[in-house]
Design a protein around this ligand. Sequence first.
Ligand SMILES: [Zn+2]
Length: 350
Amino acid sequence: MQTPIFWKGSLEDIEQSVKSIKKGKVEVLCKSAGNRNIYLIEYGERNYIKHEANYSSATGAKDLKCYADKTQPGYVPTVLLVGAVHGGEFEGTVAMLNLISLLETGRDLAGNVNEDILDAVKGTNLLLIPCLNVDGRARVPFDAFLDKDYETFRYYSQGTWKDGSLCEWPDCKAKHPIIDHVDFLGSYFNDDGINLMHDNFFFPMAIETKAMLRLSDQRVPDVTIHLHGGSNTTSTFLQTRYVPSFMNNRIYELAMQVKLAAEEKGCGELFQVCSQETNADSYPPPSFNLVSACSHINGEMCITYESNQGLDDENQYTPEQIYEIIMILFAETCRYAKDIMGIDTEEESE
Ligand SMILES: [Zn+2]
């Protein structure tokens, strides 16, 4: 399939986008295992959060303000969006490069306006990592799995074992790091064969994981979304494991808000609301993953979004549908962050 004009998500596209930035700020969050730049782009006023204690100690003191005092006047609600934790899950990267274009020029990469998202972003501190796993991204020679078959998708996502057979999912997680066990290293992994989603969070192996945790700890974003692809799933949140139930309730609440906004725009069928609770009694137990870790380092909401990837299979979204629902997600996430921090930007602007 010829990808539409707005579908830009290669490492070169990210470099181009970064060069175009004038209103936002750009920094290199860190270098990847393969020595590639991982960019952090920022819009809006940042907060300088002083930590009197780490999050664990603050919860022990029964006063979260010891970790991050967000009651200070002028606190700016903060949203962190993280693309391509798995390098072949391009959809979030594409949406973020369009969001950057909208913020810089008022138009997305197809030349369209989107007042809704510009309105939602107003009054937030927006942190964007278009592609966290740049090493994995570099291993995929195309920009989308749109119209691709299952084998191609699995080959470039999880790679192949030494005997040439597909690593598949979830079997690809049985070896970690996977590097010494593969013939072709899939885009799931950085150049050291580490799946950032399943690093050892008490002794992180990957520099990318450390950078992600450090950023989450320093900035304490009110909401963080990690953008993944889930083959031809109906786009959804995965409920975050091992977090307090009030956090699961908030994630569910935001999911309901995204669903409602999508329904109002006539595309409610593109988003499925996640469960309100996690199944804590299941065995073997679910994994404590990067999203759980980010939520535990700062006590804030961190969510996995799984996008439809438009494979040549049942429930195939068009690229326009994949893009539309992610932009609604971005807008509602910014609104939600402002709501939970009690900031009503509509009133402020009057
Ligand atoms: Zn993923």
